[in-house]
Ligand binder design. Sequence first.
Ligand SMILES: Cc1cc2nc3c(=O)[nH]c(=O)nc-3n(C[C@H](O)[C@H](O)[C@H](O)COP(=O)(O)O)c2cc1C
Length: 392
Amino acid sequence: MFRARIANVADLERRARQRMPRFAYNYLTGGAGDSASTHRNRRALQEMVFATRRLVGADIRTEVKLFGQEYSAPLGVAPLGMANVAWPGLDLMLARSAREARLPFVLSTMATTTIEAAAEAAEECFWFQLYIAKSDEITFGLIDRAREAGTDVLVLTVDVPAPSRRNASIRDGFELPLRYTPRLLADLALHPRWSIQTLLAGAPLMRNYAAYAKSENTQKVGAFAGKRNKFGTTWDDFKRIREAWQGRLVIKGISNGEDAARAVREGADAVWVSNHGGRQLESSPATVDLLPAVRAATPDNVPVFFDGGVRGGEDIVKGTALGADMVFAGRSFAYAGAAGGQAATTQCMEILIAEMRSTMAQIGLHSPEALRSAPVFFGQEAERMVPGKAAE
Ligand SMILES: Cc1cc2nc3c(=O)[nH]c(=O)nc-3n(C[C@H](O)[C@H](O)[C@H](O)COP(=O)(O)O)c2cc1C
């Protein structure tokens, strides 16, 4: 019944919005300031339209090889800090669904689930995202734990030089632990499923930091993580991480060709174009507009990843056509978990891949490689999309 009434991610979002307390929905959806760059990411994707070619059959293949592994599509789950605020148990739902679907799952340093538990759930699809801490004990402790948990892929996020101001959450007075104001109590009472499940699961806790804070108290761990996180990381920090990590190192949050080229020179194994879902800088360009220049500045044998505003299979096709080897989504998957738990996170992955397949058939380009080697876009977008003609 539930499955039949969901056609796409927009349906999942509508349902999630009904079920989530307002402060949790605002935390998940909100961007920097009044969210202009979050909307810009989406708008830029929506405005691009496809060229089509006919009489070419429809034998579609979405599988890709990356870092020596086969994934079922160029689609992955982006890291979400405090994911269990969106819905209790979200991290693990996503980890399990990603493993079933054979898609990469990236756990955040600020996750509400431990590295060890998420790695067990995601198995070989598990990647870990690192924020550098002020103390080496924490930074290198997290790296060791990720390695011991069996992952080969470390994602270093570099686009949070300072905390940002997200107006919706500021207005909500959102902070952990929750302050039980009359407004919050009303919000919780109106969303009993979230409230009861959170009560049963325990308040969302930054579980990876809990070990270093030596506490299970949400407030203490939150304050500890806030103080120990090293904002404003530098290329020197990057070098130290590169030296310490023998596996694949991905740099996330790159927005121009110059930084991309330098990251590769300094030893990055992949470059991830992202503006953190528009959560850091309100006047950030749409990430899809940044992708061609980053792809052009990155050597062909170094993968480029992309995220920002991906809500459907057509968006995955667009990112792939612009040279992304893997396209990630954050909020789409969180909406799914909040809308309908594990069944819905699995369904969301199925929908996105089904939409991607259908799009590839409609435009007549039948594999990720084909998308990257032929003109894909129609109209004024077409020129810069021709491979080798990417805008700087
Ligand atoms: C609630 C939330 C928490 C996030 N936390 C992190 C994080 O801890 N680390 C990180 O690298 N990116 C984080 N991001 C950014 C995502 O990894 C990703 O770049 C972004 O969500 C992509 O945009 P989309 O949500 O429009 O798909 C977060 C995003 C959201 C929405």
